[in-house]
Design a protein around this ligand. Structure first.
Ligand SMILES: *Cc1c(COP(=O)(O)O)cnc(C)c1O
Length: 329
């Protein structure tokens, strides 16, 4: 049984989600760097969701969505298909709320990710990614066992949960002039746009995508959801093929623009971010930071003296991969 309530989420839903997440999710720190501010001629505030539970903002949407299920659905359990951050987030959120969780993962997913997900108590169902369709497998499990499918982005409770990261940033630091948010399926960006409507309505908001995965930019230009073939990029967390039926209209209506950055710029940004802020982030995690730097380089006057927010979305990268990407291995 799949339930995707189709009501469009509102700024009030983000505030309500923040109350539910209070005490369950970390209120992540906001990082600053005087060197970065001096270099860019602006005040840059980085919301560090790499320090969120399970290492990404996905915990917010997952925990919030589970907490809104009725008792019967909670008893029956939830299912998700993901080999990435959504799987780990849902597994921990389910363990904390004592809801059984099943995660559909490819047989050849990295052992560390399978172990982490299993470590949070989830049941893993493997599939062959070359011959089987994970969405079909998850739908069958949902039908057969009455599980509720929790999608990674296109769900109102997921969107409202993801929006709480930027809500916290605005609560802690006041209104901003501009905000940069990474863009995959658009859960984080659409939730952030709702938070901005609530607490900083004048703020310009930019989505940032990998260049190879520019479906969001294409969709914005076309005025409809554009699907692309499976993209190849080191920013695997944002390698989605299309936006969602719920995320697209919010983005289309409220976003200022969608920018793209190439993978080589992401690698440079990962190294720079680590040296400036002393934290390690995954390639997808620095998308917004990278896009912010490119936007300021392209038009310094537009951003001079402004207060700029940046989401850093996740930190789940093996150290040897990090080292080989940034070339210090
Ligand atoms: C999922 C994810 C994204 C993309 O988020 P969407 O809500 O799909 O746009 C970006 N960064 C990280 C680290 C993620 O896990």
């Amino acid at each position: 049984m799949t339930t995707t309530p189709d009501a469009r989420p509102t700024p009030d839903d983000v505030r309500a989600a923040a109350e539910i997440l209070h005490g369950a999710a970390h209120r992540t720190p906001v990082l600053t760097s005087r060197l970065t501010d001096a270099e860019l001629g602006a005040t840059v505030l980085v919301k560090a969701e790499n320090l969120q539970r399970t290492g990404s903002f996905k915990f917010r949407g997952a925990f919030h969505t589970l907490s809104r299920l009725d008792a019967g659905r909670r008893r029956a359990g939830v299912v998700a298909y993901s080999s990435g951050n959504h799987a780990q987030a849902l597994a921990l959120a389910a363990q904390l709320q004592e809801v059984p969780a099943t995660i559909v993962m490819p047989q050849d997913a990295p052992a560390s990710k399978i172990a982490a997900t299993r470590g949070y108590g989830a049941r893993i169902v493997h599939y062959d990614r070359y011959t089987e369709d994970r969405a079909v497998i998850a739908a069958e499990l949902a039908d057969r066992s009455g599980l509720t499918l929790v999608p990674p982005y296109d769900h109102p409770h997921v969107i409202a949960g993801q929006g709480t990261a930027v809500l916290e940033l605005l609560e802690d630091h006041g209104p901003l002039d501009a905000l940069f948010v990474c863009l995959g399926g658009g859960g984080l960006l659409s939730g952030s746009l709702l938070a901005v409507q609530a607490l900083s309505p004048g703020c310009a908001v930019f989505g940032v995508e990998p260049e190879a995965s520019d479906d969001g930019r294409q969709s914005l230009r076309a005025g409809r959801i554009v699907s692309i073939p499976q993209p190849r990029t080191i920013a695997d967390g944002a390698a989605t093929r299309h936006l969602g039926d719920l995320t697209f209209p919010i983005i289309a209506e409220h976003v200022t623009d969608v920018l793209t950055v190439p993978d080589d710029a992401l690698i440079t940004a990962m190294a720079l971010f680590a040296s400036r802020y002393k934290v390690v982030v995954e390639p997808t995690g620095v998308l917004a930071f990278c896009g912010m730097r490119a936007a300021i380089a392209a038009d310094p006057e537009r951003f001079a003296g402004k207060r700029i927010g940046v989401t850093v979305s996740g930190g789940n990268v093996d150290l040897d991969r990090f080292a080989s990407l940034v070339g210090t291995g």
